[in-house]
Design a protein around this ligand. Structure first.
Ligand code: HPA
Ligand code: ZN
Length: 346
């Protein structure tokens, strides 16, 4: 589609209004401080922080690890299926206001099973929210089980086995947590097994880690998407491959800013990646911790970078292209996107 130029005010309305898919959002990262305190009360969990304000004030991160420490502590209030449901339902309601039509949602079961919360509790609570989101909000979604890469491959194998009885409730596996020092190769065999079992494969790579981790996520783990991947910019051959093969990168600008991957949003390489023809799209990663849900990522990133309505169209299209849904469904969303752009005269 040919996209016309529009004014900055109209552009920000268009960014908010356009239908979009979110493919990189950790559901535990959508846990707002208010809900953390409510669930702590419900489950009689003692928190290190005295108030919502004190907890929020601790959200000043210097790198990925400084965030992960607080993120795992926040997740400790989740104990019953209803807690997982409430967390996911709150996310879906926010997603609805951002005109998210489809979400592929990460969850970190090892964070919970390590505290004697069962795999059944985690997955059934989240899955029920996904079913209700479709029925009540018209948002389609699927779950992606992430292995924590700071733990061993053996523990990842155990997790996959524990999750197997719930295989119809998640579509893929991913790899998250501390990237540096934990290369994708560490999980070669468990990803091979997950592929044999029919799961889709994704992995965080090149968030803080080197381009070599993106190569090995592709060639050793054989993932279909790369989460983050912004460090690819330092490797010309890799950039050429990502563009040629249309390998999706699920980019998260506010996350990158908050974790000091880029000093400012204005330094982000999203525009370069789009202009080099990469299949990138925007995502919120851990919206409760990084200062914004998906539309906030769009609006702030477009305010900071020289991006226009044509880039917006490409980002939304890419989000549909990269999603794990049948082609016919992607066409329906692309038609909705075209309608929206037409309404805006873009
Ligand atoms: N990177 C790695 N692990 C994570 C992240 C992230 O951005 N968010 C939640 N777990
Ligand atoms: Zn992430």
């Amino acid at each position: 589609m040919n996209v016309a130029a529009i004014s900055p005010e109209r552009l920000s309305d268009l960014l908010r209004a356009m239908p979009k898919a979110e493919l990189h959002m950790h559901i535990e990262g959508s846990l707002e401080p208010e809900l953390i305190f409510a669930l702590a009360k419900r489950n009689d969990v003692r928190l290190r922080y005295k108030s919502v304000e004190e907890l929020r004030a601790a959200y000043a991160f210097t790198d990925l690890q400084s965030f992960l420490d607080i993120y795992y502590a926040g997740a400790s209030v989740l104990q019953q299926p209803q807690d997982f449901y409430d967390m996911a339902w709150a996310y879906f309601q926010r997603a609805k206001t951002d005109n998210v039509v489809h979400a592929e949602i990460f969850f970190d079961p090892q964070t919970h099973t390590a505290r004697q919360v069962s795999m059944r509790t985690v997955i059934t609570g989240l899955h029920r929210a996904c079913v209700d989101a479709q029925a009540q909000l018209g948002i389609s979604s699927s779950l992606i089980l992430c292995f924590l890469r700071h733990l061993s491959e053996e523990e990842a194998f155990d997790t996959l086995e524990e999750a197997w009885p719930f295989k119809d409730m998640f579509v893929g596996v991913g790899l998250d947590s501390s990237e540096r020092g934990h290369p994708p190769e560490k999980f070669e065999r468990v990803f091979k097994r997950a592929a044999q079992l029919g799961f889709k494969l994704v992995a965080h790579a090149g968030e803080e880690g080197p381009p070599a981790y993106i190569w090995s996520a592709l060639d050793v783990l054989k993932v279909q998407r790369i989460d983050h991947g912004v460090q690819a910019i330092h490797d010309e051959a890799l950039m050429a491959r990502l563009a040629k093969e249309r390998i999706p990168l699920t980019v998260c600008p506010l996350s990158n800013q908050k974790l000091c991957v880029f000093p400012n949003l204005a330094d982000h390489n999203l525009g370069q990646m789009l202009d080099q023809g990469l299949c990138v799209m925007l995502n919120s990663d851990d919206p409760a911790y990084f200062g914004g849900y998906l539309n906030e990522n769009f609006v702030q990133t477009f305010a900071a970078l020289p991006l226009n309505a044509s880039h917006a169209y490409q980002l939304a299209c890419n989000s549909f292209e990269a999603s794990f849904v049948p082609e016919a469904q992607k066409q329906v969303w692309r038609a909705q996107l075209d309608d929206c752009f037409q309404q805006f005269g873009a």
